[in-house]
Design a protein around this ligand. Structure first.
Ligand SMILES: C[S@@+](CC[C@H](N)C(=O)[O-])C[C@H]1O[C@@H](n2cnc3c(N)ncnc32)[C@H](O)[C@@H]1O
Length: 274
């Protein structure tokens, strides 16, 4: 029997892993790149948000579109929308790889996450860990029963990445609470099969073993104030409580080496032996 099977499957980052593999600026840069590309691809469905954006922000997106398509006006945006790409295609066009869930290469491990196209270079953000964020003093008892999708951060903050049952209900309810008119502050589509943020599948990455070394690691990231409001709709995380106004916590998975097309991602759960 593998070690993790007789332990609790809670993950945490040990003290010695406090050093980040890549800088926060690099994480932010990648998320902005991917979210902007998703936003532009999705623009015809974003008209409510588009009208709220200040002119300089609209101009920035027009410039980005012009770079992509040599088109500078909204007519061009609408025209392009008829041929909108799937989110995983946008990921490939933006970062040079795509990832998806499929039956794990390990026997009896359920599903895992694979590189489906392209090459993930060492140091790339390859996934995000979706879910509800709980401060360590917040109630998670019922959600945690038999739940293998709970991630523990360095400071004890927990992320419940389960897309079923009570965890799903809690996430949806928090998401509705934080919506500001047409502005969604997070993404709920990771709870469905039609995920709009193709990175938001990191909770399905399986644990490494002696035979299958880890090729990705977890890295915490706090969303800085000033993150573009129109792009927050792609964050697959939400705080359980709206009382404490702290930055949104995210966890991304970073490639520890180049990962080729067809390879499965493996992380190290750093299982806590109870
Ligand atoms: C966070 S989930 C990962 C996604 C899971 N494979 C699924 O399809 O739902 C963690 C669970 O995946 C399975 N798992 C993860 N790593 C494994 C491994 N190396 N060997 C066997 N099962 C594994 C265990 O059942 C574990 O409780």
């Amino acid at each position: 029997m593998e070690t993790f099977a007789i332990c609790r499957t809670l993950r945490y980052v040990p003290e010695e892993s406090k050093d980040k593999v890549i800088s926060d600026e690099d994480v932010l840069g990648t998320l902005l790149q991917v979210f902007q590309a998703l936003f532009l691809n999705d623009l015809s469905k974003q008209s409510d948000i588009w009208t709220l954006l200040p002119e300089p922000v609209k101009a920035k997106y027009r410039d980005l579109l012009a770079l992509q398509h040599q088109r500078v006006n909204l007519l061009g945006i609408r025209h392009r929308q008829q041929n909108a790409f799937k989110p995983e295609e946008i990921l490939y066009k933006t970062l040079g790889f795509s990832v998806a869930r499929a039956t794990s290469s390990l026997i009896s491990a359920g599903r895992g996450v694979f590189v489906t196209k392209g090459l993930v270079p060492k140091g790339a953000v390859v996934s995000m860990y979706p879910g509800t964020i709980y401060q360590k003093y917040e109630p998670i008892f019922f959600q945690s029963i038999g739940n293998p999708f709970i991630f523990r951060c360095l400071d004890g903050t927990l992320i419940d990445g389960n897309d079923k049952g009570i965890s799903k209900v809690v996430y949806r309810s928090c998401s509705g609470r934080d919506r500001l008119g047409p502005l969604k502050m997070n993404d709920i589509t990771w709870l469905t099969s039609e995920t709009q943020n193709p990175l938001a599948i990191g909770q399905y990455v399986n644990n490494c073993s002696n035979e299958r070394a880890a090729n990705v690691c977890y890295q915490e990231f706090e969303v800085p104030a000033g993150f573009p409001v129109e792009l927050k709709q792609y964050f697959p995380n939400i705080a359980y409580s709206s009382e404490k106004q702290s930055p949104l916590r995210c966890v991304v998975l970073v490639a520890l080496r180049d990962i080729k097309q067809g390879e499965e991602l493996f992380s190290n759960y750093y299982t806590v032996v109870s």
